[in-house]
Structure formats: structure tokens, C-alpha cells
Design a protein around this ligand. Structure first.
Ligand SMILES: [Zn+2]
Length: 263
């Protein structure tokens, strides 16, 4: 027998979803630790000028980053790592107490130049592809709507993606993710940095209840402020300033009620 060709690190694999246009294997993944099956979806923007540049980075062994999927501006879905594997997209973060979010999730990178590139709008074709892929993955893995997350939700101090222009409302209208109509903007911040007391504790408890990794200090400190900004970026994008205003608190309460009331 003649020996076969040497196994490449970046061996190709069958696509997990019929929506995949092509597989471009990245070497940047490992074994999932726990849970064995992913139970959340994390959405990102690439934050790079071109989709091809982003794919190159996600497949470069030196970058040590990857995701399971990447979606181009025209809606092309590329799979980079098998869903069974642990791709490297989440980094340091926490959601509902889970800290190994790479093991717990499937990651989708969405081509967009991001905040540094002027936060361009996401084309409708691209969003349609995001919706279709999220629905497919959520159905196959029984991922709850409230567990379809922004990278900024799990790492508020480090990440802003996919950003406040990402149309979570359009996703929710198509049955993807949990979202409630944001309460109208009104009034100023109810308290400021350094404020201490039961209102602050209640706010931290609500953020933590929904899933954010906030410490119950009882003080409106900088980490609580950036976490509140992450909440606004996802759920009350009209103003993302980390200020605890009435609209933000009402929206947060409504969201928690919606999650509790959902099956
Ligand atoms: Zn990200």
C-alpha cells in the first residue's frame, strides 16, 4: 500500500447546514469541553474592510481566532469550523455564569467594517442570510431565543460588536432572538457613577438575572456602566451611553418579563 498524502491540519469537512455556500476550513479550533452541545449563539461583526480579508484572518493559524460561520455582505455563508468543534471567537466573557463560552456556543462572524469603519449599515440580503442561518442552527440545537447573543453582551468591557446598528428587531420579527420594543427615550440618568443604594443593587440584580456578568457591588461603578451600555447596544440602541435612564430600566424589566413568560 502506498501511504496517502499527509493529513493536513486544515482538512475539509462536510457542511453542517444546507445554507452553506462553501466550506473554507480554519485550523483554529479544538475539542469542546462542556457542555458537550452548544446552547447559545454569539453574533459578531468582522470589523474589517473586506470579507476576504476577514476570512484570511479567521483561517490564519497565527491569528488564533475563528468562528463556525462567516457571512458576506451579499449573504454568502461560509463555514470555517464544524459545529461539533470549539471555535475561538468568544474570548474572555461570561453569560449566566458560564465562562467557557467557546465551548457553549456557535459563533457567526458577519462582514461589516464596524465602529472603526464608520459602522456601515448591514445590507438586507446579509441580514436575511443571518436570519436563515440562526433559525437553522437554533432549530437543530434547540437554542432558546434569549441565548442568541451579541459578542458585546458577553464581554461588555472589551467588545462592541455586532454594534448598535445591527437590526435585532428585524431578527426578532423573523423569530430569531428575544427582543422587546424599547421604551421611548425620556429624561436624564436617574443616578450617576459612584451612586450607591437599593436602586443600584436592583439594577445589577436585573442585569445579572438576564445573563450579564455584573458584580453585585451596590455601587454604580464603571463595570456596571459598561454592562448597561452593552444592554442598550442590543436592546435600546437609540442611545448607548451607559446611563441608567427610565427608558433603559423599563426596557430591561420588559425583557426579563418576556424571557420569564416564554416557554
Ligand atoms: Zn466579536
Amino acid at each position: 500500500m502506498t501511504p496517502g498524502p499527509r493529513r493536513e491540519m486544515t482538512e475539509s469537512f462536510p457542511a453542517d447546514s444546507p445554507l452553506v455556500a462553501r466550506v473554507r476550513p480554519s485550523p483554529n479550533h479544538g475539542e469542546r469541553r462542556r457542555p458537550a452541545r452548544p446552547d447559545c449563539l454569539i453574533l459578531h461583526y468582522t470589523g474589517m474592510p473586506t470579507f476576504d480579508g476577514a476570512l484570511d484572518l479567521l483561517c490564519d493559524p497565527r491569528s488564533e481566532v475563528s468562528s463556525h460561520y462567516a457571512i458576506g455582505e451579499q449573504g454568502e455563508i461560509v463555514q470555517l469550523a464544524p459545529e461539533a468543534r470549539r471555535a475561538w471567537h468568544a474570548g474572555v466573557g461570561v453569560w449566566k455564569g458560564e465562562r467557557d463560552l467557546n465551548s457553549a456556543s456557535i459563533g457567526i462572524e458577519i462582514a461589516n467594517a464596524g465602529h472603526e469603519g464608520g459602522l456601515p449599515e448591514f445590507p438586507r440580503r446579509q441580514i436575511d442570510a443571518v436570519i436563515a442561518l440562526c433559525r437553522d442552527i437554533a432549530a437543530r440545537h434547540a437554542i432558546a431565543p434569549a441565548r442568541i447573543l451579541a459578542h458585546s453582551d458577553i464581554a461588555p468591557a472589551r467588545k462592541r460588536d455586532p454594534g448598535e446598528r445591527f437590526p435585532w428587531d428585524a431578527l426578532a420579527a423573523a423569530g430569531v432572538g428575544l427582543w422587546v420594543p424599547p421604551a421611548p427615550l425620556e429624561g436624564e440618568a436617574l443616578f450617576g457613577l459612584g451612586h450607591e443604594g437599593p436602586h443600584v443593587r436592583a439594577l445589577q440584580a436585573m442585569l445579572g438575572l438576564y445573563g450579564y456578568g455584573v458584580e453585585m457591588t451596590g455601587v454604580f461603578d464603571r463595570p456596571t456602566e459598561v454592562t448597561l451600555a452593552a444592554f442598550q447596544r442590543h436592546f435600546r440602541p437609540a442611545r448607548v451611553d451607559g446611563a441608567p435612564d427610565a427608558s433603559t430600566l423599563k426596557t430591561l424589566r420588559a425583557l426579563i418579563a418576556a424571557e420569564t413568560g416564554s416557554p
